[in-house]
Design a protein. Structure first.
Length: 452
């Protein structure tokens, strides 16, 4: 009994002796803990020891406190506009931190900066150089004939080439020049590039499947493929019009003799909406295909074998579906196939999408807030800082070849507008992901906010 009483007395004396220290050190709330416990780092009051601080004191992230009535008022304002979210963040499989690619769940190397440097110049173009199609008359003259509709037997034992050097690219060109029909497809990286770019080109013929590394061979693609794409004796099968635009944007490549099998099927079926590749293959080949890898980070090198297998299948499937389409809809293709739309796409000049005015971006940010909170994020109060942060985000994205929303999401821009952090510590507290940034990036963002 005496031992129990002694233990209780010792415990009470320890608590009374150390409570002052605990409220100022062990339990002193810093921005990092606030971020972890409150999810969005905006509510210090939720912490049970908040009452130990006066209303004009805020933790400085280094075990102490600083006068921060202005900071606290901004945090309170942010809490009103954007309460803590309970949504779980999406698992970033291929992209862990801003501005740098990490190897996650994949046996692949990091980006090759030398080869990507050749592509990044597109980021600085506001207008694409206007050039006329070099064979406009041939585009208009192309028609599907009986010769095009002759059956082509696909080889059972096919050769696969991964083309990543100039000599192999030239050997590939010699092979496809002798063919009458080829399937053409591309893999485009838009998730991790400021301007979407072609990273892989897939070309299939009756005997071969080629996957061309467009990143490594960027300087040689135009010279090698232009003669093939302009040859009206070779039918080029594509699925959708985007690939034609992307070839024009990245390589100034032009086409003659294109058949868009997606458009052809839409006209044949009389549908108002275009059919996706999965459904298209199911209709013509009665086969299920797996498109789960279409969001893969295609700028990563070396590419895993299963990604190369996935890439080569798309262009091969176009050829297989075309053989069935010719058999089922021969009369339609000869007599009723419309060339106007696809020709318009081929001949049209490529233009970059016009950037949205910052006023529209501000309206979009407001509309993403809960209806009851939109009035609080007023244009008079926050537009200038929103404009400044948006300019910084666009400039940083362009330099680092990332989409702007991979630099700062719209939600993060709103948070920064409301809090307007004046130090790196406060910046990290408002958006915890920024801790992974390099110091100079964080400092430049703080400076941009201050200049607003």
């Amino acid at each position: 009994m005496l031992r129990i009483i002694s233990a209780l007395v010792w415990r009470n004396s320890w608590i009374s002796k150390s409570v002052g220290q605990r409220t100022r050190s062990t339990w002193s709330l810093n921005w990092t803990i606030s971020q972890e416990r409150c999810e969005c780092g905006i509510s210090l009051k939720h912490h049970k020891h908040w009452k130990n601080y006066s209303q004009d004191q805020v933790a400085d992230g280094q075990g102490g406190v600083v006068n921060g009535s202005e900071n606290q008022s901004r945090l309170t304002e942010l809490e009103k506009i954007m309460p803590p979210s309970n949504k779980k963040k999406k698992d970033a499989r291929y992209f862990k931190t801003r501005f740098e690619v990490k190897k996650l769940n994949l046996d692949v190397a990091q980006l090759d900066p030398d080869s990507l440097e050749k592509r990044i110049e597109l980021n600085h173009l506001d207008e694409y150089p206007a050039t006329n199609h070099p064979a406009e008359d041939a585009v208009s003259a192309f028609k599907i004939t009986e010769e095009h509709l002759k059956p082509v037997e696909m080889a059972k034992e096919r050769e696969f080439w991964y083309v990543e050097d100039q000599s192999k690219l030239e050997d590939m060109r010699k092979i496809i020049t002798s063919k009458t029909v080829i399937g053409v497809d591309v893999e485009v990286d838009s998730e991790y590039s400021y301007v979407p770019i072609i990273t892989l080109i897939q070309i299939s013929c009756d005997t071969h499947d080629f996957v061309i590394d467009a990143t490594k061979l960027f300087p040689f693609i135009t010279e090698s493929l232009q003669s093939v794409f302009l040859d009206n004796k070779i039918v080029k099968l594509v699925f959708g019009q985007n690939d034609i635009r992307e070839f024009k944007r990245d390589f100034s490549l032009y086409f003659v003799g294109v058949i868009d099998v997606q458009l052809a099927h839409q006209w044949i079926s009389g549908g108002k909406h275009q059919t996706g590749l999965e459904k298209f293959v199911k209709i013509y080949l009665d086969k299920e295909i797996d498109k789960t890898n279409q969001d893969f980070h295609f700028k990563l090198r070396p590419l895993p074998d299963y990604i190369l297998e996935y890439a080569k299948d798309d262009s091969k499937l176009l050829l297989e579906c075309w053989e069935v389409m010719k058999e089922r809809h021969r009369d339609y293709l000869l007599n009723q196939y419309s060339y106007k739309l696809i020709n318009d796409i081929i001949l049209k000049q490529f233009c970059f999408p016009k950037p949205k005015p910052v006023e529209k971006e501000f309206e979009k940010a407001v509309n993403q807030l809960a209806k009851a909170k939109r009035a609080l994020f007023s244009k008079d109060r926050y537009f200038n800082v929103f404009n400044r942060i948006s300019d910084w985000r666009k400039s940083s994205a362009r330099k680092r070849d990332l989409p702007p929303d991979k630099v700062l999401s719209q939600e993060q821009v709103v948070r920064l507008c409301v809090v307007q952090p004046k130090s790196v510590h406060m910046l990290e507290s408002v958006i915890s992901e920024l801790k992974n940034w390099k110091p100079e990036w964080k400092e430049s963002l703080v400076k941009a906010i201050a200049e607003s």
